[in-house]
Design a protein. Structure first.
Length: 276
């Protein structure tokens, strides 16, 4: 059930987060990689089931596993689960945050659209934002709870939303839901890789929100001062920004099946700017 090739899988299937860890010390790098690998394990469930109930069963297994963590002997052949157990024992991680991530993945298995925009935002808070919050909890630089909460909102929520937008092309071709659209009729248009006025408005509104979150996050960073190496963990989303700008100008580009994330040198340049 559990894939033991966890680091290679993280590098292959979540390369942006994997790359963001390279400048951390080896201990922190493995801790955050373990958290991100746990998320990847859960996220993959929905793509490997034929019925929602099968996904719910697998998620219940993970819920039980987290609840019993450090009560029973861990799965010894899986390094990332051993690391998670250690982080929980050291109180760097809390079970409630891991369980929040498990619970959120029920939506992926349901194969249903969001009921409203608030539900979409809450899903991203429970996944991408929560994931970054847990990662920052392992770094001593972010011991202040209020700082962890605000930075995970600015950069975790923006990353989750950006990924929703960039995944729209492949998801629509597979008749899978991503962004919330107020009019149910819009989903039929969306699945045909077409745009309506309301879909276009929704796409642009979500992209604007991503940029607003990052702007607030940059102001926060400059006010508190953060080590350069830690900024890479926060700024994974920045690689998405050139493509989001293109999509905002031409929303039809959202239906490209693959978006090439590029311009890493601009990410480095921006980080240098934030620490000067």
């Amino acid at each position: 059930m559990i894939d033991t090739n966890w680091l290679s899988n993280l590098k292959k299937f979540d390369c942006e987060r994997y790359d963001s860890l390279k400048r951390l010390n080896s201990e922190n790098r493995k801790e955050l990689a373990a958290i991100y690998s746990f998320n990847l394990e859960l996220a993959n469930i929905a793509w490997n089931i034929s019925e929602p109930e099968l996904g719910y069963l697998k998620l219940r297994w993970w819920e039980d596993y987290v609840n019993d963590m450090n009560k029973e002997k861990p799965i010894e052949d899986n390094e990332y689960l051993l690391i998670l157990s250690k982080l929980v024992a050291e109180e760097k991680l809390h079970k409630k945050d891991l369980l929040r991530l498990v619970k959120a993945r029920e939506f992926d298995c349901s194969k249903k659209p969001f009921d409203n925009h608030e539900q979409q935002v809450e899903y991203i808070r429970d996944t991408s934002q929560n994931l970054l919050f847990m990662g920052l909890s392992c770094l001593t630089e972010f011991n202040d709870l209020s700082i962890r909460k605000s930075l995970s909102e600015y950069f975790g929520l923006s990353l989750g939303l950006a990924r929703f937008i960039l995944a729209a092309g492949s998801l629509s071709q597979n008749k899978c839901y991503s962004l919330f659209f107020p009019a149910r009729s819009d989903y039929k248009v969306y699945f045909e890789c077409k745009l309506s006025d309301s879909i276009t408005e929704r796409i642009r509104s979500e992209i604007d929100f991503v940029f607003q979150l990052i702007e607030r996050g940059d102001k926060k960073i400059k006010n508190i001062g953060i080590k350069k190496n830690s900024l890479y963990v926060l700024n994974t989303v920045r690689n998405c920004l050139p493509i989001l700008k293109e999509i905002r100008n031409n929303p039809q580009l959202i239906f490209r099946e693959k978006h090439k994330l590029r311009l890493r040198y601009k990410l480095i340049g921006k980080i240098n700017e934030l620490v000067t």
